[in-house]
Design a protein around this ligand. Structure first.
Ligand SMILES: [Mg+2]
Length: 306
């Protein structure tokens, strides 16, 4: 473990340095407060510091105060040393944020014991930080997975619904257009039946990436379930949504034969949010009926909701 010793008294500095090296620490030394602060400002500096109270430049308690202000989630263990009158010095050192106080001249057994306590506390801090970091990462992963469709990497239904609710409320408040495109792959059951589920999954992934590739960055493409997808188009009116649906339909129809085992086509429903009278549910139900009509009018086509 790395330790910084800052002391302007050469004899005391040397003594501390040799003791700590003997006790197995990796020691850095500073001859005054300014040098100590420079070392503590470097990345990867020692997290265990032994600071003399009175030094030229920044004094020990002030260094501790600055450390506490800036250390965030990566704490230091700080021991202040001094030959000042003990009772007053102990209180002041601890009040400045130090973890411990050792009086000069050193009682070597006591010093060794106090350094060992600091080492243990620091180890615990680091283990705790490490666990917290892992926990944060895990939470982030869980939250991402909870909103992602596992197969396609698109938004899942839950994530779509969250975005949809926000988008509808903002469209209503600012009187902005908002549209949905609902998509269903044609005769998809045949793919699974003929080529197996693995081939079916590959087709779903391919379709997902085609959709993602052809929308704008802030549009939300989600897997609605099975072979059904839905796109939430922010700030988009019906005619632009129809144009996009037509481009998607055409793109699906002309997917190169090398990419899928069979020709992929899809049916599309399009609906624009009606500011005056609509809820999320009625919009979803209108786009769904438009898709249903597309399915019933021969598929591979775009149908606009009433
Ligand atoms: Mg001094």
């Amino acid at each position: 473990m790395k330790v910084l010793i800052a002391d302007d008294d050469p004899a005391s500095r040397l003594l501390l340095e040799s003791l700590l090296i003997k006790w197995g620490y990796e020691v850095t030394v500073a001859c005054d407060g300014d040098q100590a602060w420079r070392i503590l400002s470097l990345p990867d500096h020692p997290r265990f510091v032994i600071l003399d109270w009175m030094m030229p430049g920044i004094e020990g308690p002030e260094i501790v105060r600055r450390l506490r202000e800036s250390e965030g989630s990566s704490p230091h263990y700080a021991i202040i040393i001094t030959s000042k009158e003990k009772e007053y010095a102990t209180v002041h050192a601890l009040n400045s944020g130090a973890d411990d106080f050792v009086a000069k001249p050193f009682n070597l057994c006591e010093l060794q014991a106090r350094v060992a306590v600091g080492f243990r506390v620091n180890q615990l801090h680091m283990a705790l930080m490490d666990k917290m970091q892992k926990l944060e990462q895990a939470t982030e992963t869980i939250s991402r997975l909870a909103r992602t469709d596992e197969l396609t990497g698109l938004h899942n239904r839950r994530s779509f619904n969250e975005n949809f609710t926000l988008a509808v409320s903002s469209a209503r408040r600012y009187n902005l257009p908002l549209s949905l495109i609902s998509i269903d792959l044609d005769y998809f059951k045949r793919v699974n039946d003929t080529y197996g589920h693995h081939a079916g999954d590959q087709v779903l992934k391919l379709c997902a990436s085609l959709l993602q590739e052809m929308v704008r960055e802030d549009d939300i493409v989600a897997r609605w379930g099975g072979e059904e997808f839905i796109i939430l188009l922010l700030h988009t009116d019906c005619s632009s949504a129809i144009a996009l649906a037509e481009r998607l339909r055409d793109r699906f129809e002309h997917t190169p034969a090398t990419l899928t085992p069979y020709p992929v086509t899809a049916s599309f429903g399009v609906a624009q949010f009606k500011q005056e009278c609509e809820t999320e549910d009625t919009l979803l139900s209108r786009v769904d009926s438009a898709l249903y009509r597309a399915k019933n009018s021969g598929r591979n086509c775009v149908v606009v909701a009433d």
